[in-house]
Design a protein around this ligand. Structure first.
Ligand SMILES: Nc1ncnc2c1ncn2[C@@H]1O[C@H](COP(=O)(O)OP(=O)(O)OP(=O)(O)O)[C@@H](O)[C@H]1O
Length: 299
């Protein structure tokens, strides 16, 4: 059940918020949407959810248009958090679960499992407004997943959370994936996407500038980073053919090299010159790839 967007464009007046976006979101995986403010992530989500009509293009799931009358198969965590402050947690979640066709008892037992898991088991009777921002976000997350959706769309799920809660939510996302949910999430943070996603899309001004499987994107990029920690001056390595970037760091240097073979040449060049503490070849980071493709730093 692949989610397919084909040449999807959304214009607000003359501005294309999303411009000819063609992506495939494979099932039972985590797909990451990256991009700066205003890149078009939320607009894309709203079109997938049927909250906005695309100006042109086509969105399908499992080869067919999405049937929004069967709202129980999609879950959505919006960027603007939207819980009712005066409602108790259980009333809020029961209300939303009922809208998705669940029975009250099933909702409550599922909710208890989630509250336990998120280490807030005594929140059932608390009003939303009594909770911290991070804990409200946990409740909002529960409201998006209580009905075990097949497709889960999370807009900035980790923003505003402390590191412990980020890890808790990440683990919940991974578990949902393992249980068979297809998950799409947006983030400003490259490292979240790098850690969680098999596939991703980096948007810039409505256009996808990098798109595909993370492993493949990194592999096909070619260039690698090489870190060397040594007790002697390494600046002469800049002249080794295939070295295209050189930066001194306190312990040694960081190189950008054209390909893996270059690391062999660098290795030969430093042999016998002194004590080497570290020689490490690394895949490029998503940020490296973004800088190259977009011509500017993202983070
Ligand atoms: N309802 C609207 N009317 C007019 N312009 C809009 C509307 N919604 C979004 N836009 C514009 O479309 C562009 C994309 O916005 P969008 O909210 O999709 O970006 P985003 O990637 O989600 O950004 P952020 O990370 O800040 O949430 C922006 O230039 C925004 O100003």
């Amino acid at each position: 059940m692949t989610l397919q967007l084909t040449n999807v464009t959304k214009k607000f007046g003359s501005v294309a918020a999303v411009d000819q976006l063609t992506i495939e979101i494979p099932e039972k995986q985590i797909f990451g949407f990256l991009g700066a403010n205003g890149a078009g992530k939320t607009t894309t989500f709203r079109m997938i959810l049927g909250l906005l009509d695309e100006t042109s293009g086509d969105i399908s799931w499992d080869g067919k248009p999405i049937d929004y009358s069967r709202s129980n198969y999609i879950g959505y965590l919006p960027e603007e958090r939207g819980l009712y402050p005066k409602l108790k947690v259980k009333d809020q979640i029961v209300y939303l679960g009922r809208l998705r066709g669940m029975k009250k008892n099933d909702i409550l037992s599922e909710l208890k499992v989630w509250l336990e898991r998120f280490k807030v088991p005594d929140y059932l009777d608390k009003k939303i407004e009594e909770l911290s921002k991070g804990n409200q976000q946990k409740i909002q997350f529960i409201s998006a997943v209580i009905h075990q959706p097949k497709l889960l769309i999370l807009d900035e799920p980790f923003s505003g959370l402390d590191p412990v809660n980020v890890e808790m939510l990440k683990q919940a996302v991974v578990d949902l994936k393992n249980q068979g949910t297809s998950i799409v999430f947006s983030s400003h943070r490259m490292e979240h996407v790098e850690e969680l996603c098999e596939h991703l899309c980096i948007m810039q001004q409505g256009k996808p500038i990098v798109h595909g499987a993370l492993k493949e994107i990194k592999r096909s990029f070619g260039k690698k980073n090489l870190f060397i920690h040594a007790d002697f001056d390494l600046s002469y390595i800049q002249d080794v053919p295939g070295v295209i970037g050189f930066k001194n760091i306190p312990e040694g240097c960081k190189l950008v090299i054209e390909n893996e073979e270059t690391s062999q040449k660098v290795f030969t060049a430093i042999q016998g010159k002194g004590f080497v503490r570290k020689f490490e070849l690394e895949e490029p980071s998503l940020n490296d790839i973004f800088i190259e493709k977009a011509g500017e730093s993202y983070e």
